[in-house]
Design a binder for this molecule. Structure first.
Ligand code: FAD
Length: 493
């Protein structure tokens, strides 16, 4: 058996591991990193272009980030946090483009206005209040609002044409939203990493076990799916960036911080249209409101996508029930994740979320006609034959202990790190790849605290992310300058 040692072992080669690898290599070019991926390609699970919606989540258009409070006012806290986190991603990507570590922005990011659209009196009132609450701040000051069908027809012609003229409608727009091909971004980051000394990418290698030795180092077992060869890597720090595969690995690690966690897998599908005469009429990501009772990840949206230079429209997602944790995973993933320490949380989430399970099963059973009917709520003229169904990636929502209910289901992401800072895992799926840079900076801060405090790493962080250590909502001048820099560098304005 081949043995090898590393400073850092990245498990999985998606948006998260490649981002962490890029950050660490910039901070310390001598650091010895191995990245291990079970598939034969980089970023072919959730991070791949067609497996996610490619929305650069900045909270400009996603109405589920601004829920209505009991008193009828709008809770904007999540929107501000996500917007600030996305600004961090834009700064890091800009830095990498300027350094030549990433290719021209057109290879992975495209200016795509972010818009919201609602119909019906109550929903119009909600959108107006949301606009009023957000647009007071510098972060959302460029948001436009309209209830005028003529203006809305200019912003989103497919959606507004041929609607009932008596129905109240409203929309918002931020011009400099982004469509991101996260697959291309991750593959470009991986290509750059492979050109560096002390970096190795092992494809077609699955992590099958991991154990911490007495000296604190992790011994990680790999198996090559093509040759069957097994090898061991010993590493000071392990990052479980395995997407849906992170939970089983966290369980194998045995760290107590992982006790009680479970996963609720949700599959996804899109309707896709590639007909140029339709695609060319829509340049935006237009988000609506989720139907009542639907989970937050099924907010419908009609999006321009540009993947590998090809333009298309995407509508969805249609969430579905599954027991697989990865698109290329196994039906046994969910049952195999049951443990004594998560049984109560898993069973209580199962019991308390029967409606959600029923909803996911009913979504999965829909006919093509029914799916296009949902699209027709958005785009009244949509024709069945112009759209085809495509499989999206899997999301594994977090299940964790809850004192009152026994277990609760969460729709965000969470980093779980061992007390000795030698292992970290990322669970959950939203807001996902858009905020990967902020989340990975958080991991570097938590797991490399002494090195992060050194003047060298602090000044490098400032060079890569000029707003590092400062609050963008509290500093409008800084926000203005970083936005000018990122929007022009990434050609988003
Ligand atoms: C339907 C859908 C829509 C989404 N829309 C958006 C969006 O619009 N905007 C956004 O920002 N985010 C979105 N996301 C979320 C985003 O795609 C994810 O947050 C992000 O891609 C996760 O990256 P990752 O690196 O953690 O996981 P992944 O890309 O899944 O990568 C994990 C990798 O680990 C590998 N792996 C797993 N187990 C092992 C093992 N044992 N050994 C070795 N390798 C292993 C897998 O093969 C995989 O390549 C969406 C996700 C879905 C599913």
């Amino acid at each position: 058996m081949i043995a090898k040692s590393a400073d850092v072992l990245l498990v999985g080669a998606g948006a998260m591991s490649t981002t962490l690898g890029m950050l660490l290599k910039q901070l310390d070019p001598n650091i010895n990193i191995v990245m291990v991926e079970r598939l034969g390609h980089v970023a072919h699970e959730s991070t791949d272009g067609w497996n996610n919606a490619g929305t650069g989540h900045a909270a400009y258009c996603e109405l589920n980030y601004t829920p209505k409070k009991a008193d009828g006012s709008i809770d904007t806290s999540k929107a501000f946090a996500i917007n600030s986190a996305f600004e961090v991603s834009l700064q890091f990507w800009s830095y990498l483009v300027k350094q030549g570590a990433l290719p021209k922005p057109e290879n992975f990011i495209h200016a795509t206005p972010h818009q919201s659209f609602v119909w019906g009196e109550d929903n119009v009132e909600f959108l107006r209040k949301r606009y009023e609450a957000l647009s007071k701040s510098a972060q959302f000051a460029d948001m436009e609002y309209s209830e005028d069908p003529h203006v809305l027809r200019e912003w989103m012609p497919l959606i507004v044409e041929n609607r009932d003229p008596m129905e109240p409608v409203a929309g918002t727009r931020v011009r400099y939203g982004a469509d991101v091909d996260f697959g291309s971004l991750a593959r470009n980051m991986s290509t750059h990493l492979e050109q560096q000394d002390n970096f190795e990418l092992l494809l077609s290698n699955s992590v099958t076990d991991l154990e911490q030795q007495e000296d604190g180092l992790w011994q990680v077992e790999l198996k090559n799916s093509k040759t069957g060869a097994e090898r061991t890597i010993t590493s000071r720090f392990v990052f479980l960036g395995a997407g849906g595969g992170a939970l089983p690995l966290l369980q194998l690690s045995g760290i107590p911080e992982g006790d009680g966690y479970g996963g609720f897998p949700v599959s996804g599908q899109w309707l896709v249209c590639k007909k140029p005469e339709i695609v060319d009429k829509h340049l935006a990501k237009v988000y609506g409101l989720a139907p009542i009772g639907a989970p937050p990840m099924s907010v419908p949206h009609l999006d321009t996508r540009i993947i590998s230079g090809q333009k298309a429209l995407l509508f969805g997602p249609f969430a579905g029930f599954t027991t697989k944790f990865l698109k290329q995973g196994s039906m046994l993933d969910l049952p195999k994740s049951l443990r004594i320490n998560n049984l109560v949380s898993m069973l209580s989430v199962g019991k308390n979320n029967m409606d959600l399970t029923r909803y996911l099963i009913s979504e999965a059973m829909q006919s093509h006609e029914e799916r296009v009917d949902s699209l027709r709520n958005f785009y009244p003229e949509a024709k069945n034959d112009d759209w085809e169904l495509a499989e999206a990636g899997q999301r594994v929502q977090i299940i964790k202990k809850d004192e009152e209910k026994g277990g609760k289901l969460e729709f965000g992401t969470e980093v779980i790190a061992s007390a000795d800072h030698t292992l970290a895992a990322l669970l959950g799926a939203s807001p996902g790849a858009s905020t990967a840079v902020n989340t990975m900076i958080d991991i570097v801060g938590r797991c490399f605290p002494e090195r992060m405090a050194t003047p060298e790493w602090q000044s490098k962080m400032k060079e890569m992310v000029p707003s590092y250590g400062e609050s963008l909502p509290d500093n409008p001048e800084l926000l203005k300058s970083v936005r000018q820099y990122t929007l022009s560098t990434l050609e988003l304005d």
